[in-house]
Design a protein around this ligand. Structure first.
Ligand SMILES: *[C@@H]1O[C@H](CO)[C@@H](O)[C@H](O)[C@H]1NC(C)=O
Ligand SMILES: *[C@@H]1O[C@H](CO)[C@@H](O)[C@H](O)[C@H]1NC(C)=O
Ligand SMILES: *[C@@H]1O[C@H](CO)[C@@H](O)[C@H](O)[C@H]1NC(C)=O
Length: 164
């Protein structure tokens, strides 16, 4: 491979990798936000959620709220006690574990009108980690970020060897 090609391949790897390795924020409903006029089955259908990602519920707090519920309450639209509601109008929920997660709006009839979201959270993607012994970062994001940086540094070092 000519040096120019090596650089091109590296540029692609280094551009694509962070988006694979680093956590994402998902604004529920995109521009529509969290309302009783959207269909969140459709919204979630083409997305992959992973541990370390975050859900952002953006809504008019006078009209809506967010409850995390179990699968039973999700199906029946049973609203938990009011003190369990998220009500800021911009609630950020970190996805800390894998598996199914269910959310509904607690305003009258909104859940049955379709203001309900179920997602299936996948495990985080693994990135080669430098040395596990050297000061383990506490957060999952920290591990992913430092793994990526070490990987990028290793690739850059190899590139220098190939080109020189
Ligand atoms: C959404 O909720 C509001 C207030 O509860 C209601 O007036 C409206 O009809 C609902 N819209 C839909 C599409 O169900
Ligand atoms: C699901 O949530 C409802 C409402 O909060 C609760 O009454 C019920 O016991 C829960 N079911 C399970 C299986 O945890
Ligand atoms: C949302 O869309 C899905 C797939 O088209 C459909 O099965 C579901 O009934 C819709 N939900 C509501 C509340 O309209």
């Amino acid at each position: 491979m000519a040096p120019g090609q090596v650089y091109s391949v590296l540029a692609i790897i280094l551009t694509v990798l962070p988006s694979l390795a680093l956590a994402a924020d998902f604004v529920v409903g995109d521009q529509e936000g969290w309302t009783n006029k959207s269909n969140y089955t459709t919204w979630a259908a083409d997305k992959v959620f992973r541990v370390g990602d975050r859900l952002v519920f953006s809504y008019n707090k006078d009209n809506h709220n967010v409850f995390k519920v179990n699968g039973t309450a999700f199906q029946s639209c049973e609203v938990p006690p009011p003190n369990e509601a998220l009500t800021t109008g911009y609630d950020i929920i970190p996805l800390k574990t894998s598996g199914k997660k269910w959310y509904i709006c607690g305003k009258p009839k909104h859940c049955s009108q379709g203001q309900k979201l179920v997602i299936n959270v996948q495990e985080a993607l693994e990135v080669p980690s430098p040395s596990p012994a050297a000061g383990a970062p506490s957060s999952a994001n920290g591990i992913l970020a430092s793994g990526y940086q070490a990987f990028a540094a290793a690739i850059a070092a190899i590139a220098v060897l190939v080109i020189v």
